[in-house]
Design a binder for this molecule. Structure first.
Ligand SMILES: [Zn+2]
Length: 245
């Protein structure tokens, strides 16, 4: 689901899926918005899409994490077809990517995610949501489910990168605690981005309730990946241990 928090006003619970953040999902902004044309010219938007699609393709060819997630999805009966399941679109600048459960589609925000590294991070995050949706009867309207899949996405990707950078001479237990805090904060931001109708306290309570179970569920990556380590490659090499091809 959405990757960053927003401070929007409450909206109708039933209708709100966070898609106001993804105007192209409503078929509204197929053309460049006025401000994009004013700032960059319409050609820039087209260039962004091409470069975004190139980055996506590149990740599927070269990123061990993306390839691992691809294998895991395939082994679970949810093989990804790049043209069908991944879309580069112009989004609200508050988000960098998202997963659309209605269409089982991943959105990469071409106007925000401009580097290959960023596209890799978003792809892996959203592919974890896709994997959870494939593996379980997942209802993104259920706060417990939403919190769980956001905890897993933050745990397996985003926070693991960060914790490795801040390790230094910190004690093992401090790192563990920092990592768990990072996952909670990141998950909170993601939940609130998709569900601005939910109060922060309510979201936090749900995150706390499902935290341990979802934090300890490391499938399909099997480890919390550290930055600049061999973990990514190792996880990909060990995929057959989990039955992924
Ligand atoms: Zn998410």
């Amino acid at each position: 689901m959405a990757d960053q928090s927003s401070g929007s006003t409450p909206v109708d619970k039933e209708d709100n899926w966070g898609y106001d953040l993804y105007p192209e999902r409503r078929g509204e902004a197929a053309q460049a918005k006025w401000w994009q044309v004013a700032l960059f010219g319409a050609g820039q938007v087209k260039t962004e899409k091409i470069s975004c699609e190139r980055n996506v393709y590149n990740c599927f060819q070269n990123s061990p994490l993306v390839k691992l997630m691809y294998s895991a999805l395939k082994a679970s009966g949810c093989e990804i077809d790049l043209r069908r399941h991944i879309a580069c679109e112009v989004c609200d600048v508050k988000v960098s990517g998202g997963y659309d459960p209605r269409l089982n589609q991943i959105v990469i925000c071409q106007n925000v995610a401009r580097s290959k590294g960023m596209v890799q991070g978003i792809l892996t995050h959203e592919m974890i949501h896709m994997f959870d949706a494939c593996r379980h009867e997942l209802s993104f309207k259920d706060l417990n489910h939403l919190a769980c899949t956001e905890i897993r996405a933050a745990n397996l990707t985003h926070c693991s990168f960060l914790s490795a950078m801040t390790q230094g001479d910190a004690s093992f237990f401090r790192i563990q605690k920092q990592h768990a805090e990072c996952v909670k904060n990141k998950a909170l931001g993601s939940v609130l981005a998709v569900r601005p109708d939910v109060a922060k306290e309510e979201a936090l309570a749900v995150i706390d309730k499902v935290f341990l179970k979802c934090y300890n569920d490391l499938e399909p990556i099997g480890r919390r990946v550290r930055r600049n380590s061999a973990d990514m490659i190792r996880a990909y090499q060990e995929r057959t241990n989990y039955g992924y091809e």
